[in-house]
Design a protein around this ligand. Structure first.
Ligand SMILES: [Fe+2]
Length: 179
């Protein structure tokens, strides 16, 4: 059994905290839990902002370093040919396909930069893009160029390793490295 329960929050560095709070609030409905200035707590020399979707204290943390000069990120993480390892994207899950379609509509209406999708990640389903996970996804950029995936219907793994899509259909031919 895993020693930990789940992957939970994500922290991103932002060049402008106000701008990012507005973005995550307006587009996805995050709520502000707490915002703290750099140095407010000993040994934390950065500004920290805690945002949540549900009832836990935070699911997203915005980190701003007032002493840092921020450069723009490349639109595609794979275009970064030199530098330290960076995160590629983080993902926000919708409860249903209907909710996901509403978000897709919203990001398009707001004119956000869509860098991929909407797409079905599947090589089994004829409607898919040849990739993996069976989820439907769209990828947008936040104001700092961080890539956010919004998705629904990620596959689950049956005990025999066969993947089951969001409609509960076993995707025969799929397999899982470790059970
Ligand atoms: Fe992803």
């Amino acid at each position: 059994m895993p020693l930990v329960k789940r992957l939970q929050h994500f922290a991103v560095e932002v060049a402008d905290t106000d701008r990012s709070i507005a973005f995550y609030r307006d587009v996805f409905g995050f709520k502000l839990t707490e915002r703290h200035g750099a140095g407010e707590c000993e040994n934390i020399p950065v500004e920290l902002t805690f945002l949540r979707l549900g009832d836990v204290h935070h699911e997203l943390v915005l980190v701003h370093n007032p002493d840092k000069t921020y450069r723009p990120k490349p639109v595609r993480p794979e275009d970064d040919q030199d530098g330290p390892p960076m995160f590629h994207h983080f993902a926000l899950e919708c409860d249903s396909r209907e909710d996901w379609l509403n978000v897709v509509e919203k990001v398009q209406a707001k004119g956000l930069t869509v860098v991929r999708g909407p797409v079905l990640h599947s090589w089994v389903d004829g409607r898919g893009d040849g990739s993996w996970g069976e989820n439907e996804a769209v990828y947008v950029l936040d104001p700092d160029g961080h890539r956010i995936e919004i998705f629904c219907n990620l596959a689950t793994i049956d005990p025999d390793g066969t993947h089951r899509n969001g409609e509960g259909v076993r995707m025969e031919g799929t397999r899982t490295e470790e059970l």
